[in-house]
Design a protein. Structure first.
Length: 211
């Protein structure tokens, strides 16, 4: 394993965005492929971040810094990776459901998903059901991820799943739900494919559902 990739992973873990950016450029100059830098440098680094976050060794502010460093490196590689489907694990549409303006958890899920190698289309907050469905269809997404932080907005998750079924897309588009008041039993009751209690679990579930 080239030393530059090891250093890249360490600096990513420590949230050093500028250093990671420089190391990606240096790795390219040394002849490493964009794919190798992505897989063995950036994604490997975020994999350790995810494990330590789940174990309670890292906290949300630190994870956000790591994700920022990962994106700094990814910005350098993006032009070289465009059009290469092999670089993506799949496409995911995410958002907070209609009537709910909370986004911290959703943003963390987006960053962790991107850090794991998924393309994420983030619709933001208070997303109406039809927007989730239309975007999933137009972008060819394999997964819709919905978040709710209020018990009063949770029913919108079911309202989003229903048109997917009517369109005959439930086999093609999986549904993952999460958020503080959401439970595995609620997810099952509305017909979701999976429930994730945190951002790292969301990545694990996305892998299971898509790959």
């Amino acid at each position: 394993m080239p030393d530059i990739l090891e250093q890249m992973r360490k600096d990513l873990y420590n949230g050093k965005a500028e250093e990671v950016k420089k190391e990606v450029k240096k790795a390219l100059d040394e002849g490493l492929s964009a794919q190798e830098i992505l897989n063995q440098g950036l994604l490997k680094g975020m994999e350790k971040v995810g494990k330590d976050f789940k174990a309670g060794d890292l906290f949300i502010p630190e994870v956000l810094m790591c994700a920022k460093a990962m994106h700094a490196g990814l910005d350098v590689l993006r032009a070289l990776l465009v059009g290469s489907e092999a670089t993506l694990l799949g496409k995911i549409v995410i958002g907070t459901v209609a009537g709910d303006l909370h986004d911290i958890g959703k943003n963390l899920v987006r960053m962790m998903m991107e850090g794991a190698g998924f393309e994420v289309i983030d619709l933001g907050v208070s997303v109406p059901p039809e927007k989730f469905v239309e975007t999933a269809i137009s972008k060819g997404a394999q997964l819709i991820g919905m978040s709710a932080l209020l018990t009063t907005t949770m029913p919108w998750m079911k309202t989003t799943i229903e048109p997917l079924a009517k369109a005959g897309l439930r086999d093609r588009v999986k549904v993952l739900v999460g958020g503080a008041p959401v439970t595995a039993s609620f997810a099952e009751s509305i017909g979701a494919d999976a429930y994730a209690p945190d951002a790292v679990s969301a990545v694990d579930m996305a892998r299971e559902l898509i790959l």
